[in-house]
Write a protein that binds this ligand. Sequence first.
Ligand code: BTN
Length: 310
Amino acid sequence: MVNKIKGEILRALRASGDYVSGEVLSKELGISRVSIWKHLRRLMQHGYVIESSPIGYRLISSPDLLLPYELPGWEHKLYHFAEVDSTMGVAKELVKKGAEEGTIVVTECQACGKGRLSREWFSPKGGIYFTLSLKPKISPVYAPRVNLMASVAVTKAIRGLFGLAAELKWPNDVLIEGRKVCGILAEMEAEMDAINFVNLGIGINANFPISQYEEGATSLKEELGKEIVRKELLSSVLREMTKQQALLTKADLLEEWKSLSATLNRDVRVVSLGEEVTGKAIDIDSNGALILKCPDNSLRNIIAGDCFHL
Ligand code: BTN
């Protein structure tokens, strides 16, 4: 509730672009002028510059932070941190304490960001790092589709907002011109017939300098030649994710993934459980496994692994 009110105060100040009196804010939001002042003071502590004069309040500038009030619709279940070791650990703790479906843990940077296959995920300021906690009411058999759903959502958000030709590399990297811009890590706890939770960790290389990247990676700043407004992208990814969740058990999700895929119809090498398989990626099956046509014409369904485009 408190986050929602702060969001409404910010929207009122932005809509006006000028001074708004405490009285008007108090009437619009249905709370006392003292409460309005308390919220404004808290916003200022978070880095918002708000001018106060006898005729009211004026918003001068906002910090570039992914604060809950900047993400309408999610403000009541979004936890924002300046820095954590990894949003995966924080989200897991929250789930253990009974956090509701859709809880989001966002941070400005991570000291020990986790990547797939026990790798480190470079997480300096300027990126977007979050974990979304889901409790999908689907059979654990469908669990890999949660990854597909997340990667489709990020790809569509990047395409929709910036017009960049973002594509998917199996299983769930988002690429621009062959270079990785986003990685997705899923951690799950399940019984035989039900998923307790899936924590989806998403890292997007947004606004940090190219010199900081690993080889084979890119950033949105690099691709666009300017910084992006991170809250717009996060909000768009969350909206897409909500849409895609409805498709989790449907064939449409697979079709969406295929239509955005840079992996299908390519020769690839996949390293899976210590084994290396080379072949042409011809399809994904209903659980998201990659179907390879090997040089001896045999077909292999690869459930998980590291995929290299040849
Ligand atoms: C990959 O290796 O491609 C997956 C990278 C996932 C990184 C994200 S950033 C937010 C969340 N917290 C982490 O520690 N990792 C994930």
